[in-house]
Design a protein around this ligand. Sequence first.
Ligand code: SAM
Length: 271
Amino acid sequence: MSAPDEGDRIRPARRRFNAELEWDALDPDDYCRRNYEIIHENDAAFLARLRDFFSWKLAGRTGLHGVDVGAGGNLYPALSMLPFCDEITLIDYSRPNVRWLQERTTHYSEGTVDMAPWRQFWNVLIEDPAYAAVPDPWGALRKCARVRRQSVFGLARGRWDVGTMFFVAESISASTGEFRSAVSGFIDALKPGAPFVASFMEKSEGWRVGNRAFPAVSVCDSDVLDSLGQEAEVHELLRLGTGNPLRPGYTGMILVCGTKNPGHEGMGYED
Ligand SMILES: C[S@@+](CC[C@H](N)C(=O)[O-])C[C@H]1O[C@@H](n2cnc3c(N)ncnc32)[C@H](O)[C@@H]1O
């Protein structure tokens, strides 16, 4: 991954709210190339935690329904749910991202050039036997992925058994209120007791794809915990500094592994 240059520095975006932003101007190929072409040390560390957490919480379970909210140009959260799910819904609001996800989950296989970066991520997952037991991850993804254009602000409640949301809540507007609504929209969409993993850019000044700038809410670990409030039990919070930064304008990355607090309805999980 090349070092960021000054041209990458984010200028403040004029528009602040999610509904004002040009999500259909996103270029998922550029996004993917900037962020995932070569696995970053922080993504590798997050992926290992994600793998170990799901492997522990979901040991022996199959046939679950998973969701990745704001999936965008990233397949590793979906891959992390593969051994346990027979259906994984990939949700994004941006039409180009939805098309990108549809292409990669309907036609692509091991030999497809565009899938090569994702082999690096799968290689981290297969260090755990639950993942190593999946013989053809791309075929499994083709079978269970359902791509939907939807907003995190309008998800059905109590629907999914397991979920992920990576770099979304803090990166889809400049509004703290929308950051908090996105976190609770994601948690509300899960069944009581469902395990989830979510990640956040720390103190982000915004991000860029192609020549478009997108704003962010500057959050730290206490803001993330605060946004989860009483809705979830946090099992682990991991904060990593930038190390070799992907771009200027953030101070680190935060990962949270948790379970939705059991309510009165829905199914529960045993530890
Ligand atoms: C910073 S990107 C993160 C993408 C990906 N999850 C990752 O880990 O790299 C934020 C994503 O949120 C999506 N998004 C923006 N507004 C949304 C909304 N209201 N509901 C769901 N997704 C949204 C964008 O299209 C984009 O794919």
